[in-house]
Ligand binder design. Structure first.
Ligand SMILES: Nc1ncnc2c1ncn2[C@@H]1O[C@H](COP(=O)(O)OP(=O)(O)O)[C@@H](O)[C@H]1O
Ligand SMILES: [Mg+2]
Length: 277
């Protein structure tokens, strides 16, 4: 396991519980969706994974060892585990795109040529190759978000944490981001993202971790989601539209069994059958 959280609890300074006995595990190289309603603890958990927040009780292991929260330990952790904030304005602070994306690799002490190559690669990966010299404050929300991702990719992390990456993006930008995530997965990078979009979680993730009130109610392979309808309901989530459609078709005898991972293409023969539903 890459991350293993056991009974993790975090109380904010005002006494509000951010996490309340959260246990879950993240497999190396997998795509993970932390799925939950607002306030369920997704952001708090992601910030534990890169040591930005520390638990009041419980344990968190990374790569088989307890998370090292010394200054040097946290610096080493953040080289391996990159976090992209939900709000790009919290993450971007340099005047230009190239300065912002260079900041992390320069901090690693890499030489200028290596930094230049890494920055160019990271900007190309997020589709911003021609934007290096633009002032950050001239960029659109979606472009700012991509600069944030480039800044983390330039560190060449093993794990990418993304807080609500799809929020505020139009559907074309969401598709581009999904394609980028697919290429990162193909490179072996472990991805953990938060979302409240059950359809996206079902379509994209290997593992779904259902969060509610600071706890993980259930972790399951995305393909097993239909068996967790009750836990989804408890977490304030609906069943994905494609799963609901499949259930209705099955209830009317238009499909025999529930296929493992339904898609519109798989359901098409039933949808186009002449029998009335
Ligand atoms: N800085 C903070 N101070 C006090 N309470 C907070 C703070 N950030 C989050 N919380 C509380 O912690 C709980 C979990 O929040 P959060 O992790 O932001 O959830 P999510 O990302 O799923 O919306 C919520 O009850 C929220 O109000
Ligand atoms: Mg959040």
């Amino acid at each position: 396991m890459l991350f293993e959280a056991v009974a993790l609890s975090h109380r904010y300074a005002d006494g509000c519980p951010g996490l309340d006995g959260c246990s879950l595990a993240i497999r190396r190289g997998s795509r993970n969706a932390l799925l939950g309603a607002n306030g369920s603890g997704k952001t708090t958990l992601l910030q534990h994974f890169n040591g930005l927040l520390q638990a009041n009780s419980g344990s968190l292991h990374f790569a088989g060892a307890p998370l090292d929260t010394s200054r040097a330990g946290l610096a080493a952790l953040r080289r391996r585990v990159g976090l992209v904030f939900q709000n790009p304005d919290r993450q971007l602070f340099s005047a230009s795109v190239v300065e912002d994306v260079s900041f992390g690799p320069l901090n690693l002490g890499l030489d200028e040529t290596t930094v230049r190559i890494r920055v160019a690669e990271a900007l190309a990966a997020v589709g911003l190759a021609g934007h290096a010299d633009r002032p950050v404050h001239h960029l659109s929300f979606g472009q700012k978000k991509r600069v944030c991702i480039a800044g983390v990719l330039a560190m060449q992390p093993e794990v990418l944490l993304l807080d609500e990456p799809m929020a505020g993006l139009d559907s074309a930008m969401q598709s581009e981001l999904e394609a980028l995530l697919a290429s990162l997965t193909a490179q072996g990078i472990t991805i953990v993202l938060s979302t409240h979009d059950v359809d996206f979680a079902y379509r994209w993730a290997d593992d779904i971790h259902l969060l509610a009130a600071g706890r993980c109610l259930a972790s399951f392979a995305a393909g097993d989601l239909p068996q967790h309808a009750e836990a989804l309901r408890q977490a304030g989530q609906s069943v994905p539209a494609i799963v609901e459609l499949q259930r209705i078709l099955a209830a009317h005898g238009l499909i025999a069994a529930l296929p493992a991972m339904p898609s519109l293409a798989a359901l098409l023969p039933a949808l186009t059958s002449r029998e009335a539903i």
